[in-house]
Design a protein around this ligand. Structure first.
Ligand code: SF4
Length: 215
């Protein structure tokens, strides 16, 4: 768990128990990427990430101190009143103990998805784990084992090799996706198309929310 300095002892205890979390933003939208593309989902974006991807498009999430500490019961009430599928993302959500959040979401009948780099050990009961591994902090073995979907970001040529290395670490039923880093899409997409034609165990994931101009 990240140490947030500007908290009371009581808040520290609640953070440790996963009953209080720094929430950067939460919103109802359409899942834009991966296996659940096009599906209405409620996103809960947790603050805090030290993975340090240089092309990260949510750098504001990195500093957990910047985001309001929120009681789990409150965010669960809001999220489950609007959608059946809840995506927990970040930041890096596994920097926090997700056990309490996922227990409360399941009690309300939600289906829980998570998007993670896998840089920290699994916590919580997650129905669909989307693992997007990063070279700067390799995923833990338990997250690789839990992954339902592997989404590898292609920024440069070496990322195809990295994607194959990560594919060798996930289970045989894990769905494999290649997704271009957004700013490189014009150059990378033709290469990804050719790669998937030659290596059909992979599928292409597009950031359709960016084409649709929705969050
Ligand atoms: S793991 Fe995700 S949130 Fe963290 S730096 Fe990388 S892209 Fe950004």
């Amino acid at each position: 768990m990240i140490n947030i300095t500007s908290t009371t002892a009581e808040q520290q205890e609640l953070l440790k128990e996963g009953k209080l979390l720094p929430i950067m933003e939460h919103f109802y939208t359409i899942q834009g990427e991966g296996a659940y593309t096009g599906v209405a989902t409620y996103f809960i974006r947790l603050g805090g990430c030290d993975v340090g991807c240089h092309w990260c498009d949510v750098k504001d999430s990195w500093d957990a101190e910047k985001h309001p500490l929120t009681l789990v019961e409150d965010i669960v009430e809001i999220a489950t009143s609007q959608a059946d599928i809840i995506v927990i993302t970040g930041g890096e959500p596994l920097m926090w103990d997700l056990s309490y959040l996922t227990k409360k979401l399941h009690e309300k009948g939600a289906r829980i998805h998570m998007e993670t780099s896998g840089a920290y050990p699994m916590s919580g009961e997650i129905d669909w784990v989307c693992l997007s591994p990063k070279k700067t902090m390799l995923p833990k073995d338990d997250v690789c084992e839990a992954a339902h979907e592997l989404k590898c970001i292609i920024f440069n040529q070496h990322d195809f090799k990295f994607a194959e290395e990560q594919a060798a670490r996930v289970g045989k039923d894990c769905v494999l996706y290649l997704q271009t880093e957004w700013s490189k899409r014009d150059k990378n997409l033709p290469e990804i198309v050719e790669y998937v034609k030659e290596n059909p165990k992979w599928r292409i994931s597009l950031q359709t929310h960016k084409y649709l101009d929705i969050p």
